[in-house]
Design a protein around this ligand. Structure first.
Ligand code: EPS
Length: 388
């Protein structure tokens, strides 16, 4: 499977095209919309999310509730486009720079300046419109299809928030998957620890009041993966490496960890590697899951646990020093509208990009054009793993 997205933040629409989804997978827009709605929520979001109501239009590849095997086209309209038609329209436009809302002042930390240099644009709106995290709605749509495929083969996945502005949630190792989903969904910051969640909300309110932004750490937890998915044979077939790539590519993400992650550097090997046990009922298991479900680029059969670090959003009310690319004069960059914290939304985005990589790896290992045959192959593989 692979997907491409197109569309600008204040343009007409976002478009996602997914190729390689097997035929006869049950798929409706309701399930995709549920994912899109989850991404829009979260304490700390700005005014834009009150304008948008992200709803998908399935424009190809699905008929009567089932995938056809042909490319799936998903469209999300930008409601804000009605305010931007002149500025973002595709036709030639005779207007002055003010009318066009030309941007010549790059925001520190954003793609503005580097993108302008790369593409030779003197109007950095041509960069910021596409580099905006609005694009993550299109990625969530692709991931929602992957999640539906995974659900139908017994794999579930959830993303939540572990940390915002240094406030850390207590570990909750005993929660079931259903509890993780329900608790994070009920929390305005998608946190499994209620007390920490309250403090995170206060930190977000303070940042907003100060015109600042704050970042954090998201975690994605995947249950039901059989052992041996991915590969140790080539660098680009290692599934943990592919997940790291996908997570790192989410807007504003600066780092990825599996299991105990960087903490492994501080421990002895005997305190890192997960001991192997066996039982008639469950087959091979690990006594712990420090490695976050991966050994040698392949799944171990333990839950996948992956963390991603999101930096604070670079669009700030509080001015930071920058340079106007036309006048070369120094100025203090500030803006009219921004999210003060988008970590809760980013947890949903991360959940969906991880889902896509996992579904893709499964399809690579069990290539089937028809979903029922894929399901049969997975069931058989699970049986082989159990009795190995
Ligand atoms: C974003 C800036 C804000 C965010 C946007 C990402 O949009 P605007 O400039 O229209 O106020 O709301 O996020 C989304 C629109 C979204 O759907 O997540 C940015 O500069 O990256």
């Amino acid at each position: 499977m692979r997907y491409l997205t197109a569309g600008e933040s204040h343009g007409k629409q976002l478009t996602t095209i997914i190729e390689g989804v097997p035929a006869s997978l049950p798929l409706t827009s309701d399930e995709i919309n549920e994912s899109l709605l989850r991404r829009q929520k979260g304490h700390g979001r700005g005014k834009r999310m009150q304008i948008e109501k992200d709803l998908v239009d399935i424009a190809g590849g699905v008929r009567h509730g089932y995938t056809l095997g042909s490319p799936i086209a998903l469209v999300i309209k930008n409601d804000d486009f009605k305010h931007w038609e002149d500025i973002m329209g595709e036709d030639p436009m005779e207007a002055d720079a003010k009318m066009r809302r030309v941007v010549t002042r790059p925001r520190p930390g954003h793609a503005d300046l580097n993108g302008a240099i790369k593409y030779g644009h003197r109007d950095m709106r041509n960069i910021l419109e596409r580099s905006s995290a609005r694009e993550t709605a299109a990625r969530v749509a692709a991931g929602a299809v992957a999640k539906i495929l995974l659900k139908n083969i017994g794999i579930s996945i959830v993303g939540y928030v572990n940390e915002i502005a240094g406030i850390q949630a207590e570990n909750a190792p005993d929660l079931t998957m259903d509890e993780k989903i329900a608790i994070s969904e009920a929390s305005p910051v998608r946190c499994l620890d209620r007390e920490a969640g309250e403090k995170m909300m206060t930190a977000i309110d303070t940042a907003k009041k100060d015109g600042d932004s704050i970042g954090g750490v998201c975690e994605v937890f995947v249950e039901g993966m059989p052992a041996g998915i991915g590969s140790y044979v080539h660098y680009d077939q290692k599934l943990d490496a592919r997940i790291a790539f996908a997570v790192q590519s989410i807007n504003a993400f600066k780092g990825v960890e599996f299991g105990i992650g960087f903490e492994a550097a501080r421990r002895n090997g005997s305190d890192v590697h997960d001991e192997i046990i066996w039982s008639e009922e469950n087959g091979y298991r690990r006594k712990s899951n420090h490695l976050g479900g991966f050994e040698g680029g392949m799944t171990s059969g333990m839950p996948i646990v992956v963390k991603g670090v999101m930096k604070p959003i670079p669009t700030l009310y509080k001015p930071l020093q920058s340079v106007d690319i036309e006048t070369k004069e120094s100025f203090n960059a500030s803006i009219e509208r921004s999210d003060s914290c988008a970590v809760p939304a980013a947890a949903v985005v991360m959940e969906h990009v991880v889902a896509f990589e996992i579904a893709n790896a499964i399809l690579e290992q069990f290539p089937h054009d028809q979903f029922p045959k894929l399901k049969e192959a997975i069931d058989q593989y699970r049986e082989e793993v159990r009795s190995f």
